[in-house]
Design a protein around this ligand. Structure first.
Ligand code: C2E
Ligand code: CA
Ligand code: CA
Ligand code: CA
Length: 278
């Protein structure tokens, strides 16, 4: 069931990306989209498994395309990468976050995490460090804890990234391995790089149901994370059973529709974490 889920997920993403390549004739549409303000961000709360309180948010990008409608990031991020436009797009993402930063500060506790997804081609682009420093300078000083998310698949490409990761730690940022379990990374990277979080892909979380109370792969991932002293975040938590099971297994943070969908700033402001009965 896990495998089928993952395969459908990957096929779905590939199909989406393919349709877009057909539809969006050139990368110019992305640049036009940036200029015309068609991109915006939403925030998905990340819940502390102990207190059940919000510990931060993951920032997710959206594209409100004038003819194609709302385009999911799984499609346009890949397209932007293919068109070598991920750097301008990510700089724009930084601007969008900076624009919200003051009001985010009013509703999120000091030290709240801001999870920001990074694409691998940006990590290696000239000017990456400068982009990050400019982004940090645009945020309220030392209020948020920045957590940069890089997918497991891209960790492999980030092969030479060890010194970059060290630099990021020196700057006080945290690094999360995103979609953990879907890549085929040599596990050796987990030991070699200093990484802070493992974000367990929702494909695994999905498999936690009433019948399948345990998944051997998920068990192994949790054991691995513990042994590497990495903090765990479970993604795609949709039911109270899944939340309960993950909390019992000692997962540190939970994220998913059960707690909150990705929310606009206004929705986030109105969202209140409620103690959930399991
Ligand atoms: P991701 O980083 O794994 O983000 C989590 C995705 O899971 C989000 O999809 C979120 O809406 C979805 N999700 C969260 N909770 C649940 C749940 O309980 N059930 C289900 N079924 N889904 C849930 P979204 O926003 O469509 O983003 C898809 C991917 O696009 C992200 O996956 C990330 O890899 C990429 N992405 C999004 N925004 C950015 C960005 O600003 N920069 C980059 N480089 N990539 C981005
Ligand atoms: Ca992510
Ligand atoms: Ca993920
Ligand atoms: Ca993903």
């Amino acid at each position: 069931a896990i495998l089928t889920g993952l395969i459908f997920g990957i096929l779905g993403g590939a199909l989406c990306a393919w349709f877009l390549v057909v539809r969006l004739r050139s990368g110019k549409e992305i640049l036009t989209g940036i200029k015309r303000g068609q991109f915006y961000v939403v925030y998905q709360p990340i819940i502390d498994a102990k207190s059940l309180k919000i510990s931060g948010v993951e920032v997710l990008m959206r594209w409100n395309h004038p003819s194609a409608g709302s385009i999911p990031p799984d499609a346009f991020i890949a397209f932007a990468e293919a068109q070598q436009l991920i750097v301008p797009l990510t700089r724009h993402l930084f601007e969008l976050i900076a624009r919200d930063a003051r009001r985010l500060q009013q509703i999120l506790p000091a030290g709240a995490r801001l999870g920001v997804n990074l694409a691998p081609s940006h990590l290696h682009a000239p000017g990456f460090k400068e982009d990050i420093q400019a982004f940090v300078a645009s945020l309220p000083a030392r209020y948020f804890q920045l957590m940069f998310e890089i997918t497991e698949r891209d960790m492999v490409k980030a092969n030479e990234a060890s010194s970059l990761f060290n630099w990021m730690h020196e700057q006080g940022f945290e690094i999360a391995v995103d979609d953990f379990g879907t890549g085929h990374s040599a596990l050796i990277y987990l030991e070699r790089f200093r990484l802070d979080y493992l974000k367990i892909d929702r494909g695994f979380v999905n498999s936690i149901g009433l019948e399948t109370v345990t998944s051997p792969v998920l068990d192994a991932v949790l054991t691995l994370a513990r042994k590497l002293s990495m903090t765990t975040v479970a993604e795609g938590v949709e039911t109270p059973e899944q939340a309960r099971w993950l909390i019992d297994q000692g997962v540190n943070y939970l994220q998913g529709f059960y707690f909150a969908r990705p929310l606009t700033f206004e929705q986030l402001r109105q969202w209140k974490e409620q103690p959930k009965a399991y």
